[in-house]
Design a protein around this ligand. Sequence first.
Ligand code: ANZ
Length: 817
Amino acid sequence: MSESNYNPAEIEAKWQEIWEEQGLYRQEIDKSKPKHYALTMLPYPSGDLHIGHWYAMTPSDARARFMRMKGYNVLFPMGFDAFGLPAENAAIKRNIHPAKWTKANIERMRGQLRSMGTMFDWEREAVTCDPSYYKWTQWFFKKLMEQGLAYRKHAAVDFCPNCNTTLAREQVWGEDRHCERCGTPVIKKHLEQWFFRTTAYAEELLDFSGIDWPERVKVMQTNWIGRSEGANVVFETAEGGHEIKVFTTRPDTLWGATFMVLAPEHPLVGAVTTAEQEEAVAAYQAAAERMSSIDRESADREKTGVFTGGYAINPVNGEQIPIWIADYVLMDYGFGAIMAVPAHDERDFAFAQKYDLDIVEVIRGSNRTDEDGPLAEAYTEKEEGVLINSGQFSGIAVKGAVSKVTAWLAEQGKGEQSINYRLRDWLISRQRYWGSPIPIVYCDEHGAVPVPDDELPVMLPEDVAFMPTGESPLKSHEGFLNTTCPVCGAAATRETDTMDTFMCSSWYQYRYLSPDYDEGPFDPEEGAYWLPVDQYTGGIEHATMHLIYTRFFTKAMRDMGLVTDDEPMKALFNQGMVLGEDNEKMSKSRGNVIAPDDLVQEFGADTVRAYIMFFAKWELGGPWNYDGIKGPQRFLRDVWSLATADYAPEGEDEEATANLRRKTHQVIAKVTDDLERFAFNTAVAALMELRNALVEAERAANVSVGAWEEGIEMMLHLLAPIAPYISEELWSQRGHETSIHEQAWPTWDEEIAKEDTITLVVQVNGKVRAKIEVAADVSNADAEAAALSDPAIVERLAGKEPRKVIVVPGRLVNIVA
Ligand code: ANZ
């Protein structure tokens, strides 16, 4: 083989320039071709691209390039999710303005992104902190308001004391309810905040028909939305005639409701509490308020509560039942009140035992009798058992009882069927500086008035003391704060909170279509051609935040008449994560961070790309291995040597020629199928096999020139999406004038790809009993397996284990029975 003079640094810089000059990756409407909108999640401009960006983006790029070669007109844009807390925190730490910090980072990252060799069309770049972008984010806020999907409410909200801002429910994670960004446990604050009515689409968000999304994401979203079917039942208080409404999933257990529990914040607590209990109740309420950072829903935490002194009447049997307050009942689910059925609910059972409250069994399983004594635990079975102590329903099976009891309650005017969701409306107000201002003006006379369209965007002022105080820094900016009412012209003040940055990324795929368009959020002509996104790629960590928000946005946009699709992205694929060499998550403190720039310098971008695609299944990810990159490096060097070699056969061996052609066509089929399925690792492995076959052919110098040329050119085609620079360079060195990236994806010939087969004779105890077709290079084990599974042999052995099997390669399989 010829000596390799492959110099990645040189050719990569060269092709970046040529591609840009030629506009090779300009992506424009072309109605003569089917379109393919490939989207990968946009980065936050943190300052440096890390290997995780490479891991997410370069295989996505390979897939987009593959689709392009397959004949699609591919849109593959890139941008920056540029508002957000890290910029502000970095700015505070280093005393530079967040805008400056962000812009410098974007500049740097653009260069790094270019080195990756991706086909991003930079003319479609969108940066969410640009006024030309956030003008439309604000416009969407107004549109949502018009649609009744944005509203303002005074509410107890989650507040991160470290980030000094409120958070959406989705941004509060874990048992200890910590901030998704910084890990600090959140506290509750009572604030006037803006919300988006995501719950209006709860039912539709549960419907994933028509989109090809990973099962895991669908399950996570379904759990997050948390749909429960049940009934609302009204209880009256024994005195004062107040009505307490509850949501229950088990109306069939109503006869067993022996007490009620209100959330400590429930508005009727004051009304039902007796004078004797007032002090204890107030103390418990105060404690609950302080405790709210702990997960009140946690099942294992010891239940606590206080009796209010008041009673309610069970609507089905007229019994007086005590009303308690307890923090395991949450104010923001159902009606913030429950009917407690200790015999059939674990939490209620624990509570009743602790406070010595009545436990009345109303469902009985078949393996239990009166002699068994009191229940040792709640009986929560819904499929097996019959109702007892339940008036006219006694004796019916528990299975199906919910709907029967619900129908009867509705007839009696005592309840109604109801569906509840865990999903909460999306809280979008943030008390921080670096975000899009909310386009609202408050007027004494006219309340919250949206800023007129022709005054958008409400510019984020730059001269702001952006120290985090828990209040928006915009509050202390007189010039920003003071304005006039758009309706009456009287003095008014602006909303000073900014929007959650998840809002910016909820619609960015639309802005990419026409980032400079000023008549609307995107050019409808571009939208009509490119939408929806055909293939989205990104990390699983966005399953319940970004991916719910963007679905909500698209549904709202559809109802505004802006798009016709119900869903933003037809297909989604989640890649895994690259870990450090120590198999741990990469972090500066662990010192296991892999810096892509260094790798590019040492190996070239193509090798880094090939290794990223090769070292793990993309959806799984795994630990980085510095030595592992040598394999793909060797591979690309070999490809270089092979493609630049002067191949001159010494003779022409028919079989060797057929073998090479077979391999070539098999690899075309394999790589095509693999790239379709995001199986990049096996695609690279198949190309390495083709390399081996070519190395062998060159050494033996015995295949036809035609077969050799075919092998080399197919290698370059198949390699193009994975290693775009080297394939382009070698392609052009071979005298081609148009880019390899504009070539059609190769097809294969099944006949040529077909394995050579041979016939083996199968004997049982020395007599020929069957003949089998197997691959010419079949292993002994495979030949044995094929013989033993032949129907004639299976019949003859009649289930008995053969005593011995002897394989004579290329001739026969002898079974001793
Ligand atoms: C009586 C009952 C009997 C219940 C029984 C369950 C079992 P999911 O499935 O999560 O929707 N619940 C209702 N509102 C609540 C609140 N604000 N805080 C805490 N718990 C609340 O749960 C619905 C069940 O959770 C409801 O059904 C109610 O308890 C409780 F054998 O009512 B159930």
